[in-house]
Design a binder for this molecule. Structure first.
Ligand code: NCD
Length: 309
């Protein structure tokens, strides 16, 4: 229980399997009694500050809803231009200020490493809600929770990560989180958007089985879990390169005809064109259930880091 007390959550590779088990178990408990009186007492008197310097719907709202379901309060910066960052304030100064107002801080920032910088500035727990093309560890924990719930297990699965593997922080984090489990990865992407070599090499050095392909249809046929991602337009230096690649992968109902029975389709959302809406009625289309799982998982994280679980 004390394992995550006062800890920052910065990267998906920071967790032991024991810690992941604890988070999943705590989240299952909260999911069981989302409206319960007991949950409402958990964070009574505590304040969460959400600082979002990049756009968000799910991550910010689910952190805030999680805090409210735990009986805590929320103060929020929803966009950089409404905060003093727009006047040139440094991240350090913003965090030194907010630590005087809140018990726990959730930060989304366009710069890789920003959450670690924020964590170094304060003793209050900092949760990384996305640092540029870096990491998004709380998303990976809810992805893990979703895989276990949809598939009944994680071990032994073939997990395909598809789309913009170069810039996608959700897939960087998920690869790190699943690396301690016996999964077989397929990385499906256009050549220009391959998973960074450092990540592939790190996985291979740990003995994780990884295959790379450009052929989405082939990857779909091999998968137990298909994790689609958006081409991250905001991270491209060259807009014409984005135009060339933005519709590279579109999952259609016809492609699912070759899928294994019971395959789970995931997506961190927002989707742009990567999954045709006709796929939404496929029983394994789990992306909106996945988004909903953000609530119990973020309840668990908030309660664990503040020692209220
Ligand atoms: C993702 C993100 O912000 O990295 N969204 C999310 O948090 N669910 C994915 C994306 O923006 O493509």
């Amino acid at each position: 229980m004390l394992k995550l007390a006062q800890k920052d959550i910065l990267r998906a590779d920071q967790f032991s399997r024991e810690e992941i088990d604890l988070i999943m178990e705590t989240a299952r408990g909260f999911e069981h009694e989302l409206d319960g009186e007991k949950a409402l007492e958990t964070m009574r008197g505590k304040i969460l500050s959400t600082l979002f310097f990049e756009p968000s719907t799910r991550t910010r709202l689910s952190f805030e809803a999680a805090m409210l379901r735990l009986g805590g309060e929320v103060i929020s910066v929803a966009e950089a231009k409404s905060s003093s960052a727009a006047k040139g304030e440094s991240l350090y100064d913003t965090i030194k200020t907010v630590e005087g107002y809140a018990d726990v801080i959730v930060l989304r920032h366009p710069r890789i490493g920003a959450a670690a910088e924020a964590a170094a500035a304060t003793n209050k727990p900092v949760l990384n809600a996305g640092d540029g093309a870096g990491q998004h560890p709380t998303q990976s924990l809810l992805d893990f929770y979703t895989i276990e719930k949809e598939q009944g297990k994680v071990e032994g699965l073939t997990v395909t990560l598809a789309g913009d593997l170069k810039h996608g922080r959700t897939v960087h984090s998920l690869a790190d989180l699943l690396a301690s489990y016996n999964v077989h990865f397929v990385f499906a992407s256009p050549r220009a958007l391959r998973m960074p070599t450092e990540i592939v090499e790190k996985l291979k050095a740990r003995g994780v089985s990884v295959a790379e392909t450009e052929n989405l249809a082939e990857a779909v046929a091999a998968s137990d879990v298909l994790y689609m991602t958006r081409i991250q337009g905001e991270r491209f230096d060259d807009p014409s390169e984005y135009d060339r690649l933005k519709n590279a992968y579109i999952l259609t109902r016809a492609m699912l005809a070759r899928a294994k029975e019971g395959m789970t389709v995931m997506h961190p959302l927002p989707r742009v064109n990567e999954i045709a809406t006709e796929v939404d009625s496929y029983p394994g289309a789990a992306y909106f259930r996945q988004a909903a799982n953000g609530i119990p998982v973020r309840m668990a994280l908030l309660a664990l880091v503040t020692e209220r679980a």
